[in-house]
Structure formats: C-alpha cells, structure tokens
Design a binder for this molecule. Structure first.
Ligand SMILES: [Zn+2]
Length: 143
C-alpha cells in the first residue's frame, strides 16, 4: 500500500496527477484536484528549494570553494567545524577578520564567509590559515 500524497489515505494503486505544478501520487478521490488546479482546497506545499543563493561566477576549476549548505552533511564532522576552528583560533590570536585576511592575502569578506561556513578554503588558503593560526583543519584535535 502507498499513501496518497494529498489526503494521506492508504491507496493500493495511486494515480499520478499534476497538481499545483507538482506531480503527486494520489488516491482516486484526490485525483480530481488535478484538473481543478486553482480551486483545489487541499494544497500540499512542498518546499524543495534551498534558500541558498550562490554567486554564479565563483566556481573554480579545481577546488570546491563554494559549497551549498545542503551538502554539508556529506563533509564529515571536521569540515562542519572548520569555520569554528578558524574563528576560535583567530580570536585566540586577538586579531580581526580584516587583519587575518591581510596576513594571508585574502579579502576580509572571504574570511567572514569562511567563519560563517559559507565557503570552504581551498588547499592553498587552508595551508595559509593553518600556518597563520597554528591549527590543523584536516584532523580534529591534532596539533
Ligand atoms: Zn487522497
């Protein structure tokens, strides 16, 4: 048995209907909503769209500079925390994002994004950060 995606009733052979622009598997009863698109009282709003908007022109050829938030779960714990590590280490040194940026020849806005976890440092930047902040971004808690 499958669940009707409109009403939730169990249905043996669901009908594929285009409803509100989305294709849903629905029961016999609900399939009528497929034709009455604008008057359907039951609407299942599916928000599959991420609110993340990437700038189109940032993609580098070799590195993964820009990674949408929704893919973070693939990165493992240490990558989830790299931004925290950078921020903590920088604050430990008592320098601002701008100062850190200057020391490793990056833009302050880039550091800001790094610390917010919006971008990942590529190999080159990572090494600069590790050297400058005396941290290890690849392995957790290894000095
Ligand atoms: Zn139904």
């Amino acid at each position: 048995m499958v669940q009707c995606e409109m009403c939730g009733n169990e249905v043996a052979s669901p009908k594929k209907m285009k409803i509100e622009g989305a294709v849903l598997n629905v029961c016999q009863d609900c399939s009528k909503f497929g034709v009455e698109i604008n008057t359907s009282p039951v609407q299942k709003q599916k928000t599959k769209y991420s609110t993340y908007n990437s700038n189109d022109n940032v993609e580098g050829p070799t590195n993964k500079k820009k990674i949408p938030k929704k893919t973070y779960h693939r990165l493992g714990e240490m990558d989830m925390e790299f931004n925290e590590k950078i921020r903590r280490a920088r604050e430990l040194r008592g320098i601002s994002q701008g100062e850190l940026a200057g020391e490793i020849n990056e833009k302050a806005s880039f550091i800001k994004k790094l610390e917010r976890g919006e971008v990942l440092p590529d190999e080159k930047v990572r090494k600069k950060l590790e050297k400058n902040l005396k941290i290890n971004l690849l392995e957790s808690d290894v000095e």
